[in-house]
Design a protein around this ligand. Structure first.
Ligand code: GLU
Length: 472
């Protein structure tokens, strides 16, 4: 009965960002490590800002990162529905129960009136803490029955305490907050209320979320207590800071997960980078795959200190995966960039796949984002125009011409065959090797750097190499 159940509970009001993805990942890893369940709950009670399109894209991003959920709006489960907008009856039942218990009360005021009360409190030098006396003043006979009330929670003002699995004992002192809304006058629950109800009925055992929710945890603990429910265990993950030391936000211009995907980031690199934002491997390893993360993950290795978001390191890590994943995988993922650049049509890409793998493999060492690939492989598709060889003397040019004749004789056009041709020819040619190589590279690729020359020749193919060299 103690099986671990955790949830990721995004609001479908935008893309999946780095912070949310990290929260999801920690929940996912914890569940998988413990053999528990990972639940996706959609917190869509902000009807104006929530859309199904955002929900779909959030799910796409999670799946792209390989975080499959066991229960959720699309896959179902025993504790659904998994969209808050479909659970209104449940919230209404619980609110009724709280009213019967005397822990909640109706307030016949508009949100604007309640907001004004708040401003008045602040203006008169008070903390914006509501209580039943000041709020039920609105409940005049002309209002009751004529409008839908908001339902407030009667907060029991005292000290609250809990053991956070990351930061230890947390104490909220008395006097911090006052009564707060459970149900808005539009009939929708507030986040704090819906969250408690759902976590309870979905049998969530551990709530792992950002520490920006700490003050919500106080409200949620009070609701659990009022209902006589056991709260789950909490683990508040520290903030992610941008390079300026400020909390990561829109200002930092960090892409959404989709944005990274579209620029050619590897999901393997993303999760590897994300897991290190606050968690560390017991042996200090930096590069690891999902299976290893699952095996090694534990909450006690999550730091309570803020994590620094370092785009440069993420990019480096992406480069690492581009260099080390299977070349065919990399090539498949690079397809859209290559097709978009117009070097090959989709069908051509598929037909010549084995060859394209070699093309991609030849340049991937210097690539950190797949979107950089087209500009590095262009010469395979487009012969260089107007190669300027004026820096090279007649000796270099004539030895290149001689080499062309040598290459014609190569029967097996592969690395071995080409290498032998080079070796044999350069044994007798009187030319500075450096100049020879450089001029050959220029005539074949139009540039002074790129993949290994031998690879360039091999991948370009014999006919194309001879064609390009015939310009000499
Ligand atoms: N919908 C909330 C958020 O996105 C969920 C917070 C929680 O995990 O309780 O911040």
């Amino acid at each position: 009965m103690d099986d671990v159940r955790v949830r990721f509970a995004p609001s479908p009001t935008g893309y999946l960002h780095v912070g949310g993805a990290r929260t999801a990942l920690f929940n996912f890893l914890f569940a998988r490590n413990k053999g528990g369940r990972f639940i996706l709950r959609i917190e869509d009670t902000d009807l104006e800002r929530s859309t199904r399109e955002h929900e779909r894209r959030l799910m796409d991003s999670l799946r792209w990162l390989k975080m499959e959920w066991d229960e959720g709006p699309d896959v179902g489960g025993d504790y659904g529905p998994y969209r808050q907008s479909e659970r209104l009856d449940i919230y209404n039942d619980v609110v009724r129960k709280l009213m019967e218990l005397g822990k909640a009360y109706e307030v016949y005021a508009t949100p604007e009136e309640i907001e004004k009360l708040r401003e008045d409190l602040i203006r008169s030098g008070n903390l914006p803490r509501y209580n039943r006396d000041m709020l039920t003043k609105f409940n005049t006979p002309d209002r009751i029955g004529r409008m839908r009330p908001a339902i407030f929670f009667e907060f029991e003002d005292k000290e609250y305490e809990f053991d956070d699995l990351i930061r230890g004992k947390i104490t909220f002192r008395k006097g911090a907050i006052g009564d707060f809304v459970l149900m808005r006058s539009n009939g929708l629950p507030t986040y704090n209320f819906a969250c408690v109800v759902d976590d309870h009925f979905m049998k969530i055992t551990h709530v792992i979320r950002g520490d920006d929710h700490l003050s919500n945890t106080l409200r949620q603990l009070a609701i659990y207590e009022a209902l006589g429910w056991n709260p789950p265990k909490f683990a508040h993950v520290s903030t992610i800071l941008g390079s300026d030391g400020k909390k990561l936000s829109k200002r930092h211009n960090v892409s959404s997960i989709e944005g990274y995907r579209d620029r050619g980031y590897m999901p393997e690199a993303m999760i590897n980078y994300l897991v290190l934002l606050g968690w560390s491997h017991p042996e200090g390893k930096e590069i690891m795959d999902l299976d290893e993360m699952i095996e090694k993950f534990s909450l006690d290795r999550i730091s309570a200190n803020p994590a620094m978001y370092d785009e440069g390191k993420l990019k480096w890590m992406n480069g690492y995966y581009i260099r080390n994943l299977d070349p065919r995988t990399i090539t498949e993922r690079a397809k859209k960039f290559i097709v978009k650049a117009g070097y090959l049509r989709e069908e051509e890409f598929d037909e010549k796949f084995e060859w394209v793998v070699k093309v991609v493999e030849s340049v991937r060492n210097g690539v950190n984002e797949l979107s950089e690939i087209p500009s590095k492989i262009d010469f395979y598709f487009i012969p260089p125009k107007m190669v300027d060889l004026s820096d090279y003397g007649e000796d270099v040019l004539s030895s290149l011409r001689g080499f062309r004749e040598e290459l014609k004789k190569v029967m097996e056009w592969n690395e071995e065959g080409i290498r032998t041709a080079f070796k044999e020819y350069l044994k007798k040619a009187k030319v500075k090797r450096r100049d020879f190589y450089m001029a050959l590279r220029l005539i074949l690729t139009g540039r002074t750097e790129g993949p290994e020359l031998l690879t360039v020749l091999e991948v370009l193919g014999k006919d194309e190499v001879l064609r390009r060299m015939s310009l000499l």
